[in-house]
Design a binder for this molecule. Sequence first.
Ligand code: NDP
Length: 288
Amino acid sequence: MSARLLKGRDIAGSLQNELSAKFSEAAARNGARPTLAALQVGADPAAAGYLRAIRRACQAVGAELRPVELDVGSSQVEVQASLADLNNDSAVHGIMILEPLPDHIDDSRLVERLEPAKDVDGVHPLNGGRLAAQRQPHFVPATPAGAIALLEDAGVNFKGKSAVVIGRSDIVGKPMALLLLHRHCTVTIAHSRTEKLPAVARQADILCVAVGQPEMVTGDWIKPGAVVVDFGTTYIGGSLKGDCDQESVQEVAGMMTPVPGGTGPVTNVMLMRNLWKAYCRLDAADGN
Ligand code: NDP
């Protein structure tokens, strides 16, 4: 068997065109484009790389990016003050806090001060809690939302299927597990302490891997015909590797997302879709 590859670019392109039209119509009507602020503290290369990807995503749909770059030595109070300015700025519709932050910054305290209606990354506890309770979060984190869009586009049937999510981060693993649960999968969340992980993975009709360990999952972890979503993105010697060994997994799986070109391109468009939602809500609140 050779798995069908679920390529994110295909659905990303059509979503991008839709958003582009909406963004330019909004800019013509209000004289200002939907604006995303990206708060970065210091010059961590991963955060800088993420900022470049966000810039490209904004350019692709005609959104405005406002990078706010603070010195690496900025204190918690200074960073919080900067975030408060963005919360209160009516020209800013969405805010992202770029990770990783320097060690002396308390991420959780900072995230709790983010205005939930501008939290386009879905990281504020109010949005996470609403997602868990199925009570219409303002925003669902873009990466798992994009993966679900890819699977739905491919006609994957969720109801009653066994899903295993490896990884339990608040930004990928946990929300992905919740989105699968809400679609009536029977969900197992695995992590670094899970025993007999390959055997757990082999139970999955839908296996999602968000670990950050390049090529950890091999073909012998896969139930024949399973759907495999690989979120992993690790650069090795300049080339991007997923968490799955594509060659051996592809031989056993029915469908899989490749790396690169799978979940990544959809993630960026989902972020722009969240920005559009934020813009519409704030625009309506302004009486426009
Ligand atoms: P985190 O580091 O926050 O979480 C990693 C998770 O993997 C943790 O729950 C950890 O377990 C688990 N884990 C680590 N090692 C193992 C192991 N050997 N066996 C089983 N579980 C393990 O990562 P993120 O969720 O933020 O990101 C995961 C991957 O997804 C990364 O490669 C990241 O770059 C990528 N990513 C991709 C995006 C995309 O658009 N495609 C967007 C965001 C991230 P424990 O909790 O026990 O420590």
